[in-house]
Design a protein around this ligand. Structure first.
Ligand code: DLL
Length: 430
């Protein structure tokens, strides 16, 4: 369902709205965040130099490092008494960063995320189970407020206790739930282990986000749950989940452009790339009060584009985020992403969707080992067949990655499952 008029606004009107808000937020941040004031002075820029949307590219970037250095209060644009809440990023790539919200910011957040959930079918009649963590992570409480705005019935189960999650789904008739894609898989696997068929449940769609998942992973989840999956993208530094979302067409994520201005840059040179080209996503918040972000470098890799989406939404789209520039592994000088391995493994159609990449340095040589689980069926196959299969996976990986990997088919259930973001890479070189 389309939630409100901003999703179908005439693109030229949206552009004017964005421009007006951009100029305002630059001035606001310059006047209220001492760090930002100094940063612009260092770059010899004043808000008066920013006269149009095109001028935004003159402004310096803000990075996670800037935020870490000013943890926890150094990026605030309002006095602490005006704040309603703090969250932190999950800290998967280092020390967490603190993010703050005024009551107005919380309201915007609920609104943009409500649009995302409504796009995937959440409505007043829905029973929505939130299996992502409540607490400092933006997932749980963010989903809570957005689903409340829609009027859905919420099961705030948070993470953990997978058997209980399934029991709740059954007892309360859960129609929709949100999980990291890796946890959605684990939930389904646990249902199988407990002899619960998906047909006994009332799931109508599954929302996934908070980590990269390939198209093959999506197909696998949809096959297992027999419903559509909806991708929800966002990050704490910008607001949390709700920056962009899938629609039923599943052909790119619609951006909530009235609140966020997105650019894609060349991660090496920082140059803005034309629409359609792939690079690093940079986001500016247009309406946030407590901690506005101007040109925040997300490290997420994507491309922006426009199409005539049959769903009726007119907003700019972004390709699903399948990788982060800091996920990139360099193996013997060759760059590769874990998501490429995921696509090869799941594309084979016979392996279990659980894998891990282990990187070692032995005698100054990088060694990549891909561990992938066998399904129960495969596990019963002859040794000769399994050796052949390992060789085939190795060959396919070499074709896609350009480097040789050691492939190990491992027993079902032997790779650790996660309740939140999956740990796909163990890099022993660091
Ligand atoms: O993960 C917010 C979130 C919660 C999004 C629940 C969706 C659902 P952080 O912990 O700050 O916030 O991590 C943000 O996670 O920069 C991406 O690298 C990754 N990420 C988030 N959503 C997606 C997605 C939350 N749909 C970082 N696809 C981001 C791929 C995603 N990666």
């Amino acid at each position: 369902m389309i939630w409100n008029k901003y999703e179908t606004m005439d693109p030229s009107k949206m552009e004017s709205l964005q421009e007006e808000r951009l100029l305002k937020v630059v001035k606001y941040t310059y006047e209220n965040v001492p760090f930002y004031n100094e940063l612009l002075k260092e770059h010899k820029i004043s808000p008066q130099d920013i006269k149009s949307k095109a001028d935004i590219s003159k402004l310096p970037f803000i990075t996670k490092q800037n935020m870490r250095e000013r943890y926890p209060h150094g990026m605030l644009a309002v006095p602490i008494k005006k704040l309603s809440r703090f969250h932190t990023s999950s800290g998967t790539t280092g020390r967490p960063t603190a993010v703050a919200y005024t009551a107005h910011d919380l309201d915007i957040w609920a609104e943009v995320l409500a649009r995302s959930l409504a796009a995937g079918g959440l409505c007043e009649e829905s029973i929505f189970q939130v299996t992502v963590k409540y607490g400092l992570f933006t997932g749980g409480l963010g989903m809570q407020s957005a689903a409340e705005k829609i009027g859905a019935t919420i099961i705030p189960s948070s993470t953990g206790n997978t058997a209980r999650q399934i029991m709740l789904m059954k007892d309360f008739g859960t129609t929709h739930f949100i999980a990291t894609p890796s946890y959605a898989l684990f939930l389904r696997e646990t249902m199988d282990a407990e002899g619960i068929s998906i047909d006994e449940l009332n799931i109508q769609s599954v929302f996934c986000g908070a980590e990269a998942w390939s198209e093959d992973m999506r197909r696998e989840l949809e096959r297992q749950y027999k419903v559509k999956t909806y991708d929800i993208y966002g990050l704490s530094e910008i607001i949390g989940p709700g920056v962009s979302c899938d629609c039923p067409e599943q052909n790119g994520l619609h951006i909530q452009e009235d609140h966020f201005y997105l650019e894609v840059i060349d991660p090496e040179t920082g140059e803005v790339l034309p629409e359609g080209e792939e690079g690093e996503l940079v986001i500016t918040t247009l309406t946030k009060e407590a901690m506005p972000m101007i040109r925040y470098r997300t490290r997420d890799l994507t491309r922006l584009y426009r199409d005539k989406c049959p769903c009726g939404r007119t907003t700019l789209k972004m390709k699903r985020v399948m990788a982060r520039s800091d996920d990139m592994l360099i193996i013997r000088g060759v760059n590769m992403f874990p998501s490429q391995v995921e696509s090869v493994l799941l594309g084979m159609g016979i392996l279990a969707p659980h894998y891990q990449l282990v990187v070692d340095r032995i005698n100054n040589l990088d060694i990549l080992t891909v561990r992938v689980e066998m399904t129960e069926e495969l596990f019963l196959e002859s040794q000769t067949r399994l050796i052949k299969l390992e060789a085939e996976i190795k060959e396919r990986l070499k074709g896609v990655l350009g480097v040789k990997a050691i492939v190990k088919l491992v027993e079902p259930q032997s790779i650790e499952r996660s309740e939140g973001k999956a740990k796909r890479v163990i890099d022993n070189r660091r």
